[in-house]
Design a binder for this molecule. Structure first.
Ligand SMILES: C[S@@+](CC[C@H](N)C(=O)[O-])C[C@H]1O[C@@H](n2cnc3c(N)ncnc32)[C@H](O)[C@@H]1O
Length: 224
């Protein structure tokens, strides 16, 4: 796993399952660890590491040089500098859910490729965007790194919106088994309980708390 850790390791695993690609783009690449690992694993003919800031790109170039891998770099706000490229897989990882959704909303390329999304916060905002804007969430995977649970969402544009409940925004509609998902649900439950203090009559939050408790009870009875 090397520099990737479990969070980006899960992203790479999902990419590998669907490979090969003509062009993989890591949007918000920063250190370019994911882009370099993708190139090293040979999952795509071309790999682009794209970042809005020059400094991370410099860091990425240095990392790629040391790792001895050939990738391309693009100074790009979201997909803007690469929107005309034949991207068939893209990752947007380590950013907030709102920013991730905003990047997708401004891109045509995003509609034509496999998306692996790893929002650090506001997963509900990202799921809402996907459900309401013609993207199908084809998978959700959960991993714990340094005791923190992370969601990794796989999606594709189909043009069809998805009906959802308030709880789906926070828990997802794909509710896998496993201790990592149980940790994720506990985090959602704790945040929901805090929100209920400010809005004690909110039926959506009350229902979400019940759904979290049901999930936790079901998951705790399982041998993983
Ligand atoms: C916290 S780092 C995440 C790095 C890596 N993807 C990961 O998951 O570890 C976020 C990176 O996204 C870049 N970024 C922020 N907004 C962006 C945008 N609109 N378009 C492209 N890159 C962006 C930042 O410059 C930064 O390098």
């Amino acid at each position: 796993m090397g520099a990737l850790g479990k969070r980006l390791g899960a992203v790479l695993d999902i990419l590998k399952e669907n490979a090969p690609y003509a062009l993989f783009a890591d949007v918000g690449s920063d250190h370019a660890h994911l882009a370099c690992a993708a190139a090293r694993e040979g999952i795509a003919k071309r790999v682009i590491a794209a970042d809005i800031n020059e400094k991370p790109l410099e860091k990425g170039r240095e990392y790629a040089r040391k790792a001895g891998v050939q990738i391309e770099f693009a100074l790009s706000d979201g997909f803007s500098a690469i929107d005309g490229e034949p991207v068939d897989a893209a990752a947007i990882c380590g950013m907030g859910g709102e920013l991730t959704a905003d990047i997708l909303a401004r891109s045509e390329a995003a509609k034509k490729c496999l998306l692996v999304l790893q929002p650090m916060t506001a997963q509900d905002d990202l799921r809402r965007f996907l459900y309401e804007n013609g993207y199908e969430i084809t998978g959700e995977r959960f991993v714990c790194e340094a005791k923190k649970p992370y969601a990794v969402i796989t999606a594709r544009y189909t043009g069809k919106n998805t009906a959802y409940t308030y709880s789906d925004l926070f828990l997802g509609r794909v509710r896998p088994r496993g201790p990592e998902y149980a940790e994720y649900v506990k985090k959602v439950l704790s945040a929901a309980k805090k929100r209920l203090i400010g809005a004690p009559r909110d039926l959506d939050i009350t229902r979400l708390i019940e759904d979290c408790q049901t999930q936790i009870t079901n998951l705790s009875g399982m041998n993983f």
